[in-house]
Design a protein around this ligand. Structure first.
Ligand code: GUN
Length: 284
């Protein structure tokens, strides 16, 4: 039987620490961390995410600046808003919720955010800094996964780590963070010849694909640490991850549930990044 990794609890303790440090920062310097969140259009899932971010900001004692724009917003208008937020000293972090409507070039938008306020760590400057191990911000989901792995007490050093998925948001930076901690990292993707065989080698398996129950019990080594980044609906419409939890759980040493695993960590790490941005702006 695997031990459950309780992301909800770990995220709550990270957020508590952030709230404490934000209060300290305010007392010492008068600086209140501020996060600007931009949402273009009315994707229902994005609306929920943005609402959760606002709630987390208020709970942490941060200022929250919400910019909800209509789907017809032009790229030029969005870039002008980002420029204003880049210049605004009350705003320490800027997050533009993805995906954006089709007529807006996501890369141009990400590149327009000041790297100092890029709390997603998606800007090419920050991606490059992560690559060389000299960074201020880590992308929230991979950073959250590392916290969850640390919570198990299992050290990454020398372990075979398999990341399934190669997105810019999760898979690629995830592989880099595991490498920084001296894991031997394999990245699998849709063209991988034998996914099951690669996964079976993993001491630490991170699934970040977006396919319901892709990782089945026969693909998991006895005693592996299994981290599920997926957030899908199964054939009954029930929320589930990329891992077939019910059948994998008895084989794993530690496993994250969905929901309540990686999900809550993402917002907690966003709060950490916003606090870091505010401290950097206050030259602490
Ligand atoms: N959409 C889904 N996940 C994310 C994220 O981590 N950051 C942003 N900006 N948009 C997202």
């Amino acid at each position: 039987m695997a031990k459950l990794i309780n992301g909800k609890e770990i995220a709550a303790s990270v957020r508590k620490r952030v709230r404490f440090e934000a209060a300290e920062l305010r007392e010492k310097t008068g600086v209140v961390p501020g996060l600007a969140v931009i949402l273009v259009g009315d994707d229902p899932a994005s609306k929920i995410y943005v609402g959760n971010k606002k709630k987390a900001c208020l709970e942490a004692g941060f200022n929250s600046f919400e910019h909800i724009l209509p789907a017809e917003t032009t790229q030029q208008e969005l870039l002008e808003l980002i420029e204003r937020l880049n210049e605004d000293p009350a705003v320490h972090g800027i997050l533009c919720q993805l995906p954006l409507p089709k007529h807006i070039d996501e890369r141009a938008v990400i590149a327009a955010i000041s790297p100092k306020k890029d709390v997603d760590a998606f800007h090419p400057v920050n991606v490059g800094k992560i690559m060389i191990g000299d960074y201020d911000f880590l992308p929230c989901t991979p950073a959250g996964v590392m916290e969850l792995i640390h919570s198990t007490g299992v050290s990454v050093g020398g372990k075979r780590c398999v990341v399934v998925g190669r997105s810019n948001i999760v898979g690629k930076p995830m592989s880099m963070l595991l490498l920084h901690e001296n894991g031997t990292v394999t990245v699998c993707h849709s063209k991988t010849a034998d996914l099951a065989d690669e996964c079976r080698r993993a001491d630490i398996l991170v699934a970040a694909v977006g396919k319901a129950k892709l990782i089945t019990a026969d693909m998991v080594k006895e005693g592996a640490v299994v981290i599920d980044v997926g957030m899908n609906r199964d054939s009954n419409g029930k929320l589930c991850g990329d891992v077939d939890f019910e059948n994998v759980e008895p084989k794993a040493s530690f496993i994250t549930p969905v929901p309540g695993g990686v999900g809550p960590m993402t917002i907690a790490m966003l709060m950490c990044n916003t606090l870091t941005a505010a401290k950097l702006a206050a030259k602490l």
